[in-house]
Design a protein around this ligand. Structure first.
Ligand code: ZN
Length: 91
């Protein structure tokens, strides 16, 4: 399931300074921004709490954690498994 990614009008990438190249999406906890020009990305907690000091290691951990937390906190989506298109005519 792809998260919705939207470009932020007028946003300027803090790294490369390009305008309108930053897009964002959010999950349960965080709002993520990424720049399609230079690959910059960061994330903010939705509740506004300060970042824990694990930003450096967070990047590669995050995908795994996203999966776990998505399953734990979003029962709706757990049921929405990918539709199998094996035998469309059978049922
Ligand atoms: Zn950039």
């Amino acid at each position: 399931m792809e998260p919705v990614k939207r470009f932020i009008a007028g946003a300027v990438c803090p790294r490369c300074g390009k305008m309108d190249s930053v897009r964002m999406h959010r999950d349960e906890e965080r709002e993520h921004r990424e720049c399609i020009e230079c690959g910059f990305s960061d994330s903010l907690r939705l509740d506004g709490r300060p970042e824990p000091k694990e930003i450096d290691t967070r990047v590669h951990k995050e995908k795994h954690e996203d999966r776990l937390s998505a399953q734990a906190t979003k029962p709706k989506e757990v049921k929405a498994e990918p539709i199998r298109l094996l035998d469309p005519g059978k049922s």
